[in-house]
Design a protein around this ligand. Structure first.
Ligand code: ZN
Length: 329
């Protein structure tokens, strides 16, 4: 069954049997780039994957509060005192365009987390998926073909991805074009980390999709990001987002050993606050990740639905990985 079909069925079920949030609910949302207006994607500088406008986030916060949700971040959750229903808004990668969020956060008083790949902050290098999209579009490759290519490249170690990009488009292509597609600078990140509502989380050092490499390399990636972020922000991260949402049993154990208190995946399922004391639950928290512009309300309906097909599939996958994890220990 295709993802689209699963979603259509789940959405129909959700609308037939609406569910109100319960005290144990934790729903987590993932975003990447923030754009000013949907037309900005026409510049073709960013991989058009889960873009959101500041207005979208504003609308999401309003909808969540109207439904009784308290907005939290990983620092709040790590205290173990949050009572639900709770919602956590997260951004992956560390784009400078995420700085657009700050005025809204302050005005509406909600917390959020930005998960940062620290090597990008230090090097200023563009994210490879944006380079692929920008350069391939300049060569008139259809966007759907680029998306297929992107998914294939994710199977490679990060060094090989970089080499492929350089071989095909030249080293200069790795330079961002400007504020739309660049990572934050070290100074911007340090400033952002001072904002009391903002949490900075680990997203690995080089944005390595962890299961692609062996467990020693996974540990090194997680540790290098912890160390770099502590150096850059003065704070040791408590939360982790697995790049591409991917983890193995061993990854979860490594995150636990490093003292990371919470970790988020891309498996679309609600978490239960009462179960977060168990490492296997708090280090495999699901996230809803297709809040595309203009579909915020629809996606929230899905996130709140009775367990649909997508949620059941995600939970089955999570359990498989977690069970493997306890066997390894
Ligand atoms: Zn990422």
């Amino acid at each position: 069954m295709t993802g689209k079909l699963v979603k259509a069925i789940d959405l129909t079920l959700a609308r037939l049997a609406p569910r109100t949030a319960s005290a144990g609910d934790l729903v987590v949302f993932v975003f990447h780039s923030l754009i000013d207006r949907p037309d900005d994607l026409r510049k073709e500088l960013l991989d058009p994957y889960q873009p959101a406008t500041v207005d979208d986030i504003d609308r999401l916060v309003g909808l969540l509060r109207a439904r009784g949700f308290t907005l939290v971040n990983g620092r709040d959750l790590a205290t173990g005192t949050v009572t639900g229903p709770a919602a956590w808004i997260t951004f992956d990668d560390g784009y400078a365009n995420n700085l657009k969020l700050l005025p809204l956060m302050r005005r509406r008083g909600f917390p959020a987390t930005i998960f940062v790949s620290s090597a990008h902050i230090e090097s200023g290098e563009a994210y490879w998926w944006d380079v692929l999209h920008r350069e391939a579009r300049r060569r008139k490759v259809p966007a759907t073909d680029i998306a297929v290519r992107r998914e294939q490249m994710k199977a490679l170690p990060i060094a090989a991805i970089r080499e492929t990009i350089i071989a095909e488009f030249g080293a200069a292509a790795l330079r961002p074009t400007g504020d739309d597609d660049r990572p934050m600078t070290p100074a911007e990140l340090a400033e952002l980390a001072k904002e009391p509502l903002m949490e900075i989380g680990n997203h690995t050092h080089t944005h390595t999709i962890l299961p692609v490499v062996d467990i020693n390399a996974q540990r090194a990636e997680l540790r290098a990001c912890q160390e770099a972020l502590e150096r850059l922000t003065g704070q040791l991260p408590l939360s982790l987002a697995y790049p591409n949402g991917d983890f193995t049993s061993a990854t979860v154990a490594a995150a636990d050993e490093l003292g990371l208190r919470l970790a988020v995946t891309c498996l679309p399922g609600r978490a239960n606050l009462t179960r977060l004391s168990a490492a296997e639950s708090r280090l495999t928290i699901g996230r809803f990740g297709s809040l595309r512009h203009g579909r915020i309300e629809r996606e929230l309906t899905l996130a709140m639905a009775m367990a649909g097909i997508a949620t059941s599939l995600a939970e089955r996958r999570r359990r498989q990985l977690v069970t493997a994890s306890s066997r390894h220990r």
